[in-house]
Design a protein around this ligand. Structure first.
Ligand code: THU
Length: 139
């Protein structure tokens, strides 16, 4: 897989983060099996709890447009104003891991990015071992 375009999309989406409370800007780019890319950023609220992570923004955009099969998600995060190379590889929060798991067939890749040429690749299964999903409900 060619990761660079997906990483560029995550870095670009991060610029749209609406983060007046945390000051921590996150961008995500989700690649569908059909070859489309859906981006997302985190969107915060003055009442805090309704805030949405970048990863879930991307997943919900994609699913709401009929996509359910995903190959990979790239994530780029850091304080507002920080430019690539970002200082850390930031991994998705537990809630976002569970949302991604809903659509994982066991091979979804999670790309943690500092820059276009500086990234780590993991599988979601690595990040969320012993996960709970539909098959555990005997369905
Ligand atoms: N955030 C994300 O967008 N993705 C993550 O995986 C971790 C956290 C956001 C939520 C909040 O807007 C800010 O980062 C600080 O937690």
């Amino acid at each position: 897989m060619e990761y660079q375009p997906l990483i560029e999309a995550a870095l670009a989406a991060r610029e749209f983060a609406y983060v007046p409370y945390s000051g921590f800007a996150v961008g995500a780019a989700l690649l569908t099996k059909s070859g489309k890319v859906y981006t997302g950023c985190n969107v915060e609220s003055a009442s805090y709890t309704p805030s949405n992570c970048a990863e879930r923004t991307a997943v919900f955009k994609a699913v709401s447009e009929g996509e359910r099969e995903f190959l990979a998600i790239a994530i780029a995060a850091g304080p507002v104003g920080e430019k690539a190379p970002l200082s850390r590889y930031v991994s998705p929060c537990g809630v976002c891991r569970q949302v991604l798991r809903e659509f994982d067939k066991g091979d979804m890749q999670v790309i943690l990015c500092r820059d276009v040429e500086d990234f780590q690749v993991h599988t979601l299964a690595e990040l969320l071992p012993f996960s709970f999903a539909e098959e555990d409900m005997g369905r």
